[in-house]
Structures are given as structure tokens and as C-alpha cells.
Design a protein around this ligand. Structure first.
Ligand code: UDX
Length: 440
């Protein structure tokens, strides 16, 4: 058996949330297929369980730097600020220990862009660093634009109504009002974190979980703007499928799907974070029932007993589904999603058209792309109310209009699958990344 110490080691630093952990672990698996040894340095909570799905990976814990109890109360931006400030020294100690253990053999530290404390250790030990951006290339480009706002020569007030309707230079169709700032807390603090993420970095390259057929103009923009290699090697979940789910998947829904008519089911899931108000949940429940389409609904909130009885006559409810398998099931005809980037990619890979109901931040960008750029779905805007839900579900699953959306989704599916096959753009980007990491 080959000795692990003979390989070159990559240290991965994921951000501790499902939508970030998943692509980072997939990247780790893809690089281990290329002959690298993988160490995952994770915080004290939301840890990926090591042994079951990643038996060859080494896992180390960065000691807790923000108590879990403070995580929710701080809000994302303050949490990130504190996490990054407090983790710098702890991570340096961690890397020092790893260098000792692994005979100085660390080829690179690949960190989630939100874990920018990693830079300090990389600099101190003269280890190259590379960023993984787990959302879209367009979101990364927007982050770059936001990090420059209000700086010298770029005094733009994005809250000014006249500015809001202007197209962001070279990022058509995006307008300033589309920049992903909603739901991110006070604007000045959010801009500060964008500056931290972008202006302090000294990484030598960026990996993005996207494919050039999806976002070619944003990728060209980024390559020019960042002036370092950009590797669009996604969708990673096709290349590497190891399961890094933090919650247990309820597989009973696959049995239920097996009994449904092909392309009849609407699958509804809002990812790992989004919470709905009780009133909205009720309107959704009634609208779904009125649509007369079977539905599979991932929902953590509990429904009142009288509603739950009616809902269960037409639909199936789970707390956490094996999403990729669900989207690939022949019974599924549409996906009502919050448009998290992973969910969006997973839906396109299966050629499933979407109803978009983004909650915040970059989910809104993804929804714009689904509706207006790829034209494989539409947004459900305004208040959620029963009749609107019924209409949207029928429009997606039943009406003829869906034919166009589904056709385009199927075309995109083939393009994405081709991009990860030998010779495809993402396949080549992964190859180039592996070469780059070996020669850095
Ligand atoms: C968030 C952001 O919204 C996303 O855009 C960003 O890139 C990462 O952080 P999240 O809200 O969790 O992520 O959504 P998403 O990116 O869609 O990721 C959710 C993941 O959970 C997907 O991989 C999906 O397959 C999985 N999932 C969701 C399940 O496995 N089962 C479920 O029932 C629901």
C-alpha cells in the first residue's frame, strides 16, 4: 500500500455550514483522486464525520474561537469578523503541528473565502494558498465590486435609486440593485467584510464550483479583474459524490417517489438555513394541496395537525432528503427552491426546471440567472399566498410553458455533463489545478 507521507498534502479549511462544507469535501475527494493527501481543518462545530465517507482523509480540529452559543445571536457578518479575528493564532498552531507531523509536506492551503484567517498561517509558513468560492462566479465578481465600493475613485452610493437601475459595468444583466446585500445585516459592516475577504488576500488562485458554459462572461470578468488563475471546475458533485450531509437523510421519500407518475412531482426545499414564517408555511400548504400535483416537501417546521392531515393525502414530508437522488428521480418534474448555489447546480445537472423563491444574498443572483439568463425557471415574487402557489406549481408542472423551460434545462444538463467529461472545460480546469498545485 502506498504510504500517505509520500503524497503531497493539501489542507482544506471549510466554512462550517452545509452549503460550504459540501463543495469543499467534494473538492477534497476530486484532489485525492489526483493523488493528493487531504487534511481537513475544521472548527469545533458542524464537523463532517470523518471515518464513514472519507476514510483516507486526515481531520484536525481548530479549537473553538467563537462559542457556538453566540453564533446565531451575532448574525453572519459579526460572526465572521469574530471568527476570523480569533482563529488566526489557533490556525497557525494547527498548521505548525501539521508541518511537524507531515515532514513539512504541505503543498497548499485551500480555504473557503469566508475563512480568510487562513492567510496568516500560509504567509507565516510560506505555504501557497488558494481560495475556494463555493457560490457562483457571478457572486464572486459581485463581492469584488462590493469590496471596492466607496473606495477612492469608486464612490458609488448603491442605495441611491438612480444608481440602483444602472447595469454593473461589464456584468450585464446585473444592476446595482441586484448586488447580493439583502439579508446580510447593516450595509457598512457587510462592505467591511467584503473588503476583508478581497483586499487582504494574497492567495495565488481561485477555484470556483461552476462551469464556463454557465457563467462565461462573469468568469472572463474575474480572470481579468483578479489577474490570477481562476479554475472553474464544477459542478463538483458530478466529479466527486461522497456524502458530507450533516443531517440524516430520510430515504423513505424515494419509496414514495417510486409510486408517482413520471415528471408529476414538485420537490420543495429551501436548503439548510432558510426559515419561513408560519403564515407563509400555511399558504404554501394550501396552495400545494389546491394544485392537485403530488409534492415532496422538505420542511423542518411542524404543521398544525389539521393541515398536516390534508397535506399528507397529496404530498410527502421529510426533514432532510437525499436531494441529489430526489432531483434525479424520474417522478420529479420541478423544483421549488431557495436557489442556493448547490441546489441550483444540482437541479440543472438533472435537467429539472425551477420555481425560484430566494431568501437573501446571492440566492437572488442565482434566481436572476435561472429566470433571465438560462431561462429554466421563474421567480415567485411578493407575498406567498395560496392562489399564487397553486398557479406557480401548475405553470411549472402542467402548463405547456414548462416545455420550453424543461427543454432548455435538458440542453444545459448535457452541456454541464460534457464539461466534466474527458476534454470538457471543467475536466481540464481540474487537471490544470492539480498541475498548478504540484508546481507551486
Ligand atoms: C448557502 C447559500 O445559499 C449557497 O448559495 C452558498 O453557495 C452556500 O451557502 P444553503 O442555503 O444551504 O447554502 O443552500 P445550497 O447551496 O443549496 O446547499 C444546500 C445543500 O444541502 C445542497 O447540496 C442540497 O443537496 C443539500 N440538501 C438540502 C440535502 O441534501 N437535503 C435536503 O433536504 C436539503
Amino acid at each position: 500500500m502506498e504510504k500517505i507521507a509520500e503524497k503531497r498534502r493539501i489542507v482544506l479549511v471549510p466554512f462550517p455550514a452545509q452549503g460550504h462544507i459540501t463543495p469543499m469535501m467534494q473538492l477534497g475527494q476530486a484532489l485525492s483522486f489526483k493523488g493528493f493527501s487531504i487534511t481537513v481543518a475544521q472548527g469545533a462545530y458542524n464537523q463532517v464525520s470523518s471515518s464513514q465517507h472519507f476514510p483516507t482523509f486526515q481531520f484536525v480540529t481548530i479549537p473553538e474561537s467563537v462559542p457556538v452559543s453566540q453564533k446565531e445571536s451575532l448574525g453572519l457578518v459579526e460572526f465572521l469578523m469574530k471568527l476570523n479575528k480569533n482563529s488566526e493564532a489557533r490556525f497557525k498552531d494547527c498548521v505548525a503541528e501539521l508541518l511537524l507531523q507531515n515532514g513539512n509536506d504541505i503543498a497548499c492551503i485551500i480555504y473557503d473565502e469566508l475563512m480568510y484567517f487562513s492567510e496568516a498561517a500560509a504567509k507565516e509558513f510560506k505555504i501557497p494558498s488558494v481560495i475556494l468560492s463555493t457560490a457562483s462566479a457571478t457572486n464572486h465578481a459581485c463581492g469584488c465590486v462590493l469590496s471596492k465600493l466607496n473606495a477612492e475613485k469608486f464612490l458609488i452610493d448603491i442605495e441611491d435609486p438612480e444608481v440602483q437601475d444602472k447595469v454593473v459595468e461589464n456584468l450585464d444583466p446585473l444592476r446595482y440593485k441586484n448586488l447580493p446585500i439583502s439579508g446580510m445585516g447593516p450595509l457598512d459592516r457587510f462592505l467591511e467584510i467584503c473588503r476583508e475577504v478581497f483586499n487582504k488576500r494574497t492567495d495565488s488562485a481561485v477555484i470556483i464550483n461552476t462551469a464556463s458554459c454557465l457563467e462565461s462572461s462573469s468568469l472572463s470578468w474575474l480572470k481579468q479583474e483578479l489577474n490570477i488563475p481562476v479554475f472553474p471546475l464544477g459542478p463538483l458533485h458530478i466529479t466527486a459524490s461522497a456524502n458530507s450531509s450533516l443531517l440524516e437523510e430520510d430515504r423513505s421519500c424515494i419509496e414514495w417517489l417510486n409510486k408517482q407518475v413520471p415528471r408529476s412531482v414538485i420537490y420543495i426545499s429551501f436548503g439548510s438555513k432558510a426559515q419561513m414564517e408560519a403564515k407563509e408555511v400555511m399558504e404554501m400548504a394550501w396552495g400545494l394541496c389546491d394544485s392537485n400535483q403530488p409534492f415532496l416537501w422538505v420542511i423542518s417546521e411542524s404543521l398544525p395537525e389539521e393541515v398536516s392531515k390534508i397535506v399528507l393525502e397529496k404530498g410527502y414530508i421529510v426533514k432532510w432528503a437525499p436531494q441529489k437522488e430526489v432531483l434525479g428521480h424520474p417522478a420529479v418534474g420541478g423544483f421549488w427552491s431557495h436557489c442556493g448555489w448547490n441546489s441550483t447546480l444540482e437541479s440543472i445537472v438533472e435537467g429539472v426546471p425551477m420555481i425560484c423563491r430566494p431568501f437573501k444574498g446571492e440566492q437572488k443572483l442565482n434566481a436572476i440567472y435561472v429566470e433571465s439568463v438560462w431561462r429554466i425557471g421563474f421567480q415567485l415574487q411578493g407575498e406567498v399566498e395560496r392562489a399564487g402557489v397553486e398557479r406557480a406549481v401548475k405553470r411549472l408542472i402542467v402548463d405547456g410553458e414548462v416545455a420550453g423551460m424543461r427543454e432548455r434545462a435538458l440542453v444545459l444538463k448535457e452541456k454541464l455533463k460534457a464539461s466534466v467529461r474527458i476534454g470538457g472545460s471543467s475536466y481540464k480546469a481540474l487537471d490544470e489545478l492539480a498541475k498548478y498545485l504540484k508546481t507551486e
